[in-house]
Design a protein around this ligand. Sequence first.
Ligand SMILES: Nc1ncnc2c1ncn2[C@@H]1O[C@H](COP(=O)(O)OP(=O)(O)O)[C@@H](O)[C@H]1O
Ligand SMILES: [Mg+2]
Length: 262
Amino acid sequence: MKQIVLSILSNAGGVGKTTLAVHVAYSIASAGFKVALIDLDPQRSLDVFCGLPPREVERTTVHVLSKSFKGDWSNVPVWSESKVEVCQGHPLLAEMANELVIRKRGEYTLADRFKSYPLEQNLIILDCPATLGMLNTNALAASTHVLVPVQLEMKAISGAAELIEWCINTSDELQLDPKPTILGFVPSMYDEKVAMHRQYLEQLPEIASQLGVKLYPRVRNSNEFKNASAYGQTLHSYRPKHPATKDFKEITEDIVALIKEK
Ligand SMILES: Nc1ncnc2c1ncn2[C@@H]1O[C@H](COP(=O)(O)OP(=O)(O)O)[C@@H](O)[C@H]1O
Ligand SMILES: [Mg+2]
């Protein structure tokens, strides 16, 4: 079995990164694998989505990236019986990002941590902030794979193309070997009643194929996603029969296949 490190990346906020992160985590755990969710966002979104109280900074991703880290991960289990653990974020991640800029091997700090102090999980998901700064560079350098949620709005689609370019260029500059694989685009918050969403969804296959990126089925828009996260849950645990729980099926199958690869 292979350990997969998956970055959920986008250069825009509010496109569904954290939603995708927690639902993929839950789905892969339900398939019987161990998952770690790591919050690299100073906004600490995973705390909300997982129903966790804020944690003291020494027990968050800030500590993992700090010079004093000696493998003392303080990941917490979430959603009882789910095999998912979370390494919580903290607002001081913003300052840590600045420190990494001037530190030796600053871009590789997270990758170095995984190498020196490996996690046991089959899948590690990095929930990233929206700005393409030092935290996302760290995420990319530590990743085997990247997943990109795309909103069906004009700017988001051109933004997604720019993001792919950023991934390729940054992987080159950092001489990542192997380079992380872009798993694909995930159209997010699709509302079939919105004409623009329908039009963009129709155009996406061509855009994705021009970029050489796989296109996953859309995740539909539903207020139940918001309701589930308000209770610190996933849609799967909050409304197990909701049709949108199936929207993550293909992504889950692909990741399970990657984990099972020799
Ligand atoms: N498919 C969806 N349908 C409805 N609301 C969604 C959906 N996906 C995400 N949201 C909501 O949109 C907001 C932004 O999503 P989030 O996952 O936090 O994005 P990001 O991590 O990219 O900032 C949240 O309130 C979330 O609950
Ligand atoms: Mg987020």
